[in-house]
Design a binder for this molecule. Structure first.
Ligand SMILES: NC(=O)c1ccc[n+]([C@@H]2O[C@H](COP(=O)([O-])OP(=O)(O)OC[C@H]3O[C@@H](n4cnc5c(N)ncnc54)[C@H](O)[C@@H]3O)[C@@H](O)[C@H]2O)c1
Length: 467
């Protein structure tokens, strides 16, 4: 597999059209404009276009808004609705539309198909089409064979590896750029390299299906690490070991990768759907894959831990509780609540009659549309926890970890039970402040790890065990 450096590519200003302006598309549009290309971003959502034309970002991503504004000011970053006359194809078109999950785990490719239809309606001539969306291995081959048959378009897969919350740094200094292309299509390879000129990263060239698989393998491996440490945490709880010490020691061994933390598991718009999709692909292609369904099932179980912990601590009487949920986003530094553990936990608590107050520094707006009406949103952690008997930390935002926990302790009602779903708080300090504290694999004792197996559930279809 050839590895080269895109930084050395011949630099030329390209006309780039980015189709789909979610997290990935807007980052790509602003990023390619920042290295000098002439970029047009198009989307089907009029409100997104209107706010971007004003240089306003409709999502929270540190450092991205100034990048968008710089491009808009300079004039080499423009936005148009898909139906506008201004929405035209450049030398390169990048598809960054969504590939959400459908029931059964497969990826829904309708947004991709409609983007392809739009491209074809523009009667492209010599277009290089870059697929940045995550599509199941084999999709590109089918698109080339069926959707693009007869069209003057070359297809290249360039999967995206940015992480929400650190997208700007990940985009500017990627660890690698993976390019899946026909090895004989030197013009497309050259154009893709030119697009990335100035970005110092190894450029890995492979075939289209392998590039698609690299993206799924990468997410599945990262999810596996998380489920692995969560299984170890369950054993730690049962056997009286500390998962913090285990995780720290593991991270010192270069063979095991960097530090992983036990907690309520992974969420977000990528890991859950991509692992389910890969498992689905394995099942439907008759390959006996064992590991992925376990990764999924462990993650589903982890989400139940706060509910088990509350039921256990309050003898099942969750209905009389006031609970503070600290953190709604699926991880810190984003306002994305897609597949966030918070939404499922809050639904379950409200169903069981608890009174829920929630706090998140950025995601309250996005979460509001998805939360039951009775849930109250607080301005800070102290307000959220006031008069609550229990608090559950689900997102390790600095604003939550370094909150004024003394005031939180003063405002809460006994037993001041804190479930730390991210092992982000200092246990001895919390005990010193008068909290009852429970983390994940931090010495919870065997009794609630047994509860874990006792069949309680969030009653959500997607958490049924994978076969
Ligand atoms: N979010 C991430 O951090 C991330 C990271 C790596 C890869 N990915 C992958 O990248 C893809 C996009 O992810 P996202 O989170 O940005 O998705 P998203 O759902 O946030 O955004 C998709 C955008 O595409 C627009 N769209 C839908 N159909 C369209 C069409 N026919 N023409 C033009 N625009 C259209 C939508 O209106 C929306 O603005 C997915 O496949 C995802 O798995 C996401």
């Amino acid at each position: 597999m050839p590895v080269e450096s895109a930084a050395q590519a011949r630099s030329r200003t390209l006309k780039i059209t980015v189709i789909g302006l979610g997290h990935v598309g807007i980052m790509a549009a602003a990023g390619f404009a920042s290295v000098g290309h002439d970029v047009l971003g198009v989307d089907i959502e009029p409100s997104r276009i209107l706010s971007l034309q004003r240089g306003e970002l409709f999502l929270y991503e540190p450092g991205l808004q100034p990048m968008v504004q710089a491009g808009v000011r300079k004039g080499n970053l423009r936005f148009a609705h898909l139906d506008d006359a201004a929405a035209v194809l450049g030398d390169v078109a990048i598809i960054a539309a969504g590939t959400p999950p459908v029931s059964g785990g497969n990826a829904d490719l309708r947004q991709i198909r409609s983007a392809l239809d739009w491209i074809k309606s523009k009667q492209p001539r010599g277009l290089v089409l870059v697929m940045k969306s995550t599509v199941p291995p084999g999709t590109g081959r089918r698109i080339i064979k069926d959707d693009l048959r007869g069209a003057d378009v070359s297809y290249v897969a360039v999967p995206e590896f940015i992480r929400e919350g650190s997208a700007v740094a990940d985009w500017s200094f990627p660890e690698r750029v993976v390019v899946g292309a026909d090895p004989n299509d030197l013009r497309s390879l050259d154009l893709v390299k030119q697009a990335h000129a100035g970005i110092a990263a190894p450029f890995i060239v492979t075939d289209v299906t392998s590039a698609e698989m690299i993206k799924y393998a990468s997410n599945a491996f990262l999810a596996t690490r998380i489920s692995f440490i969560n299984e170890i945490a369950a054993l730690c709880d049962s056997l009286g070991a500390s998962v913090d010490d285990v995780g720290e020691a593991l991270a010192m061994d270069s063979r095991t990768g960097d530090r992983i933390f036990a907690g309520v598991g992974y969420g977000g718009s990528c890991f859950p759907k991509d692992v389910r999709a890969l498992n689905h692909i394995a099942l439907t292609s008759g390959v006996g894959v064992e590991l992925l369904r376990s990764v999924i099932n462990v993650n589903n179980r982890q989400r139940l831990l706060p509910l088990y912990a509350l039921r256990r601590r309050f003898n099942g009487a969750v209905s009389r509780l006031r609970v503070a949920v600290l953190g709604l986003a699926f991880k810190p530094n984003t306002d994305d609540v897609r597949e966030a553990p918070s939404l499922d936990l809050i639904d379950a608590l409200v169903n069981e009659g608890a009174e829920v107050w929630a706090y998140d520094p950025q995601a309250s707006g996005a979460a509001r549309e998805r939360l039951p009406e009775s849930v109250r949103l607080a301005a800070d952690p102290v307000e959220a926890a006031k008069q609550a008997q229990a608090a559950v930390l689900l997102t390790e935002w600095d604003e939550i970890v370094t909150a004024d926990w003394e005031s939180i302790a003063e405002g809460m009602r006994p037993p001041k039970f804190v479930f730390d779903g991210r092992n982000a708080l200092n246990k001895s300090r919390m005990l010193g402040l008068g909290f009852e504290y429970l983390g994940v694999g931090r010495g919870g004792g065997a009794e609630w790890s047994i509860e874990r197996e006792s069949g309680a559930s969030l009653n959500v279809e997607k958490y049924k065990e994978e076969d």
